[in-house]
Ligand binder design. Sequence first.
Ligand code: HEC
Length: 213
Amino acid sequence: MKSSIFFISAAIAGMGIFLGSCTKNELSPGLEYMPDMYRSPAMKAYSESPIDPVNGSSRKPVAGTIPRFNDETLPFYEPFAYPNTNEGYEAAGAGLVNPLPNSAEILKLGETKFKVYCAVCHGDKGDGQGILVQRDKFNGVPSYYSENLKNLPEGKMYHAVYYGRNMMGSHASQLNEKERWAVIHWVQKLRADGLGTTVASTQTASTDSLTKK
Ligand code: HEC
C-alpha cells in the first residue's frame, strides 16, 4: 500500500516536471533547470569582464611570447628577416647563407627530414618524381637538377621552404631552423649527385657563384 502511494506521487511529480517544461509560447524555452549551464555569458576575447576586472575576459599571453602568425598569417616560428615577397625571395637568394657545416651528422639529419617531408613530391633523388607525382596526384614538381634549379642559391631554397613557393606549401611548421638548413644541405647534395659532379662543398660553391649574379 505504502509503495503504491509512493509510486503514484512520484508519477504525479514526474508529470508535473514534464509538463512544466511545456509552454504555449513557441519562442520560450520553457522551464530551464540550471539555466546558467545552457546560457553561459558570451564575452569578446581580451575585453573587460565583470567577473575578472583585473585580467579581463581572457588572460594575456606570458611576457615574451612569440606570435605564431605574422601579418600574412603564416607560421612565424622565429624572426626571419626576409619577407614573403618576390623582393624578399631575391634578397634571401643574395644574402642568406647556410649557417650549418656540411658535416656527415648534418647531412644525415637533412636526409632523414627530406625523406619525411619532401620526398613524397621531390623523390628520394630530388628528380621531382616522388610517389605523389608517380601516382599522378600532384604534378609540376621540378627536378633539383633541372635548368631552372641547378643554380638556385640556398637562400632562395630556404625562402621556399619557409614560406612555400607557388604549388609548394610552407614547411616552416614541420621543420625548425636547423632542420630546414640541414635539409637544404641534403637538397644540394642530391643536386650535385644529379648533376653528376662530386659532392660539392655546397655552401661556398653555390652562394659564391650566385651572389655575384
Ligand atoms: C606537395 C609537394 C611538395 C612537397 C611536400 C615539397 N615540395 Fe618543394 N616544390 C614543389 C613544387 C610543385 C615546386 C615548384 C614550385 C614552383 O612553381 O616554383 C617545388 C619547389 C621547390 C624548390 C625550388 C624553389 C624555388 O625557389 O624555385 C625547392 C628548393 C624545394 N621545392 C624544396 C623542398 C623541400 C626541401 C621540401 C621539404 C621540406 C619540399 N620542397 C617539399 C612541391 C613540393
